[in-house]
Every structure is written in structure tokens, then in C-alpha cells.
Design a protein around this ligand. Structure first.
Ligand code: PRP
Length: 214
């Protein structure tokens, strides 16, 4: 049975390419073509296939053992906090942060004066924990994207979102008011797979280690 490596679609896909090349992994040509409808691709290694999934789903595929290894953002790992996932390597790609943002025009939100606040986010767990640690009960409106629209349309006072360049916040009249965590992408491994197929999995971890060192 092939080892399955889960890779995130979207912006990290491009950042993964040099790392995969340095690790000696060449997926079938249409892997890099996001218009291709294929989702599972063979590689130059007969024992390794890659799958292309949404960034949030990389963690789920690996946690459930559907993929043995994956490349996953620290934001997603913090949100799900799956005990089944082992994270042996920081891959030094996908650098960004999970932040709280609020409208530029309004007076800054005085969190100390709030006991409840509504927050739109694709990170409901992370957001809830962050505000709970400040003694604030956050009502989370779960969205899957475009949450920068929420404050302007009266859906929520604040958002918790991923910020890389800050351009999306700026373009939507928002400013970062708090950084919850700086994150990067990690190599992730299913713990049971590591126990049952240690040689194969360790070989792939080592290849990524060498690729990073190179
Ligand atoms: C993320 C995030 C912001 C944007 C921030 O979305 O949710 O919308 O990127 O990036 P910036 O600071 O460089 O502008 P992403 O593009 O990953 O896609 P999504 O909306 O599907 O989550």
C-alpha cells in the first residue's frame, strides 16, 4: 500500500513545490494544475502518492489515517488540536499569523469593558479560547472564508483570521488589533502509521529534514 502525502491547495501549494523537489518528490505533472479535477496523484516513487485537499482538511485526512503524512499550517493544527497527529518538523514555509481584526474607523474595542462579544472566524475553537483567556465570552459566527466582510455588514464586531501580507484586511477597512499566534507550515504524521510503518515514514521525515538542511 502506498504512503499518502496530503498537501494543501491554494497559496501553500506553490511554496511546497521547491521543498518537494528538494526532497526528491516529483508528483505527476497535473498536480500543480489547479484546474485539473484529479485529486490523487502518483509520484516518481512507486510507494508514494500525493493528494491535494483544502488546507483545513489536511489535518483531518492525517488524523484519521487516510493519509499517513501531510503538510499543514500551524493555524489548522491549533484549531483542531488532534492528538493523533505528530508534528516532527517546522518546514519554514507558509509564514503568517492568526490575528484579531476590527474596523479601522471605529474607536479601538475596549475588551476589558466587554463581557460578551461577537466574532466571525474560520477558527471557532481558537477564537473562543483566545477570548476566554481574557475573561470574555465570545459568540463565534463560524464562516469558511471572506470573514473580512463581517464587521462592515454588522455580522460581528471583530474577526479572527489568517493574515499574511495584511492586504485583505486593508482592502476591507480593517486593522489587526491583536496577534494570537505566529504560524508556519509543519510536516505532520499520523502517530499510528509511524508505529505500524516506521521505516517508510521515517524515511520520508528524513528526506524532508535533509531538504530543509540543503
Ligand atoms: C486567507 C485569510 C485572508 C487572507 C489573508 O485566506 O482568510 O482572507 O488569506 O492574506 P493577506 O494578509 O495576504 O491578504 P486564503 O486566501 O488562505 O483563502 P480562504 O479565504 O479560502 O481561507
Amino acid at each position: 500500500m502506498s504512503i499518502v502525502l496530503a498537501l494543501p491547495k491554494g497559496r501553500i501549494l506553490d511554496e511546497c513545490a521547491p521543498l518537494l523537489a528538494a526532497a526528491g518528490i516529483t508528483p505527476a505533472a497535473d498536480y500543480a494544475d489547479e484546474s485539473s479535477r484529479r485529486l490523487r496523484f502518483p509520484t516518481n516513487h512507486p510507494g508514494l502518492d500525493v493528494i491535494r485537499v483544502r488546507s483545513f482538511d489536511v489535518a483531518t485526512f492525517v488524523a484519521f489515517g487516510a493519509a499517513e503524512i501531510g503538510i499543514c499550517g500551524g493555524d489548522v493544527l491549533m484549531e483542531f488540536d488532534y492528538p493523533e497527529i505528530y508534528t516532527p518538523l517546522d518546514l519554514d514555509i507558509g509564514h503568517c499569523r492568526v490575528s484579531v481584526a476590527e474596523p479601522v474607523d471605529d474607536t479601538p474595542t475596549d475588551l476589558a469593558a466587554q463581557s460578551r462579544i461577537r466574532v466571525a472566524s474560520k477558527y471557532p475553537n481558537l477564537a473562543k479560547k483566545h477570548f476566554a483567556a481574557k475573561g470574555i465570552q465570545a459568540e463565534i459566527v463560524a464562516l469558511n472564508g471572506s470573514m473580512e466582510l463581517a464587521p462592515g455588514l454588522g455580522l460581528s464586531r471583530l474577526i479572527v483570521d489568517l493574515v499574511q501580507t495584511g492586504n485583505t484586511l486593508k482592502a476591507n477597512g480593517l486593522r489587526e488589533s491583536d496577534i494570537i499566534a505566529n504560524v508556519s507550515s509543519r510536516l505532520i504524521v499520523n502517530r499510528i502509521a509511524l508505529k505500524t510503518r516506521p521505516e517508510e515514514i521515517t524515511q520520508w521525515i528524513d528526506r524532508f529534514k535533509q531538504a530543509l538542511a540543503a
